[in-house]
Ligand binder design. Structure first.
Ligand SMILES: [Fe+2]
Length: 386
């Protein structure tokens, strides 16, 4: 085993932990806080509650609710302009992965300058970012603990993956009560995103003994609690467990990176502005089939984490149970098993496949992939013959 690092933010977890946000910002030296969110989250009341806690600590703030699903480069530029005009010296992101990724990208440009496109890739940030506190309101993205920010390049129509330890927030505040305002579809999609993080990080070429434990524990929680969490907005036990699963999967993938599912879904999401978690969930079984020969022992462990009985089976039989368990979970919560309902055309596949092999997440996929392999998997997911 080579040298590896393992990083997380300070983590504050639990029902009502949002109440810690003012004191957290004060500890980081905030004078005036720039809050990044989106209109949907503002409507849920969580931003208003966070502002109350900031005011209790005599902190000034500026609210910018310009983030959208799959945040775009031009939105980030508007956000940075607003940050600079506001006189703020710290950033809060409240929302799903999109709002948090936008918050990180705004913080990045606030001190590093230039355009967000300059930072696509790994370790291109050179100056410290303003203090950052992130509050996820979905159980899926893991963005509150990760060293990733994913921003759409609106001209190229691709998602840029920006990876740097500078993007790890200072403090993540994870309050499971925020999950109780989410509908079943969003809960299913984001939960499957967390599962994809757990599985891709577990079989990643950059996995370590530290990340593997987080990955497996996330899978155990998701197999037990995602179905009941989708079934009811009010199941507190399931919401707390899914918040923990998302956190653990986030810690795992931030340190072990991901794989071909995310490399492919970034392209599809960038081109067609699709829900990230749902695209991942649909692609996951196809990519797992392809990757199986790389790490059957790990697939067997994944099957066991799903609660499958692997005793007495051959290694390949046991490994295949991991894929079966993923398909069953996806089916039970209404995830489409193909991309046939997506407006994706055959002539777009070369563009997507070429870009996917150059996505930063492809570097750690456990089986080598050429553009032709990616295209074959897209065609399978579309329900086409190869
Ligand atoms: Fe993801």
């Amino acid at each position: 085993m080579g040298i590896f690092k393992f990083m997380t933010p300070e983590i504050i977890f639990g029902i009502n932990s949002l109440s810690q946000i003012g004191e957290s910002m004060l500890r980081l030296g905030a004078k005036k806080v720039f809050i990044v969110s989106d209109p949907g989250i503002v409507n849920t009341g969580w931003v208003e509650l966070a502002i109350q806690y900031l005011e209790d600590c005599k902190l000034n703030y500026c609210l910018w609710a310009g983030a959208t699903p799959n945040p775009k480069d031009y939105e980030v530029e508007k956000g940075v302009d607003a940050y600079r005009e506001s006189g703020c010296n710290a950033v809060i992101g409240i929302g799903g992965g999109s709002a948090i990724d936008a918050a990180k990208a705004i913080a990045l440009l606030a001190t590093n300058g230039g355009t967000i496109h300059q930072y696509e890739g790994v370790d291109l940030i050179t100056r410290p970012l303003p203090p950052m506190v992130m509050v996820p309101t979905t159980a899926g993205s893991g963005a509150e603990v990760s060293q990733f920010s994913i921003i759409v390049d609106s001209k190229r129509k691709v998602k840029m993956t920006i990876i740097s330890k500078s993007l790890i927030p200072d403090i993540a505040i994870i309050d499971p009560q925020t999950l109780m305002t989410k509908d079943a579809r969003l809960t299913a999609n984001t939960g499957m995103d967390a599962l994809t993080h757990a599985i891709e990080s577990y079989i990643s070429l950059a996995a370590t003994p530290l990340t593997e434990e987080y990955s497996l524990q996330a899978i155990r929680l998701i197999t037990k609690y995602l179905r009941p969490s989708v079934a009811s907005q009010h199941n507190r036990e399931a919401k707390e467990a899914m918040a923990m699963a998302s956190l653990q999967a986030g810690i795992a993938f931030s340190n072990a990176i991901l794989g071909a599912v995310h490399a492919m879904s970034h392209q599809l999401g960038g081109l067609l502005d699709l829900p990230h978690g749902e695209v991942n969930a649909t692609l996951l079984p196809y990519v797992l089939e392809y990757n199986l020969i790389s790490s059957p022992e790990k697939y067997k462990n994944i099957a066991a984490a799903f609660g499958e009985n692997v005793n007495g089976l051959s290694l390949t039989e046991a490994a295949r149970l991991a894929i079966k368990a993923v398909k069953e979970l996806a089916s039970d919560i209404g995830i489409p098993n193909s991309l046939s309902n997506v407006n994706l055309k055959e002539e777009q596949l070369d563009f997507l496949s070429h870009n996917a092999v150059h996505d930063a997440c492809m570097i750690t996929n456990p089986r080598d992939m050429e553009a032709s392999d990616v295209k074959m998997l897209f065609r399978k997911a579309l329900g086409s013959e190869c």
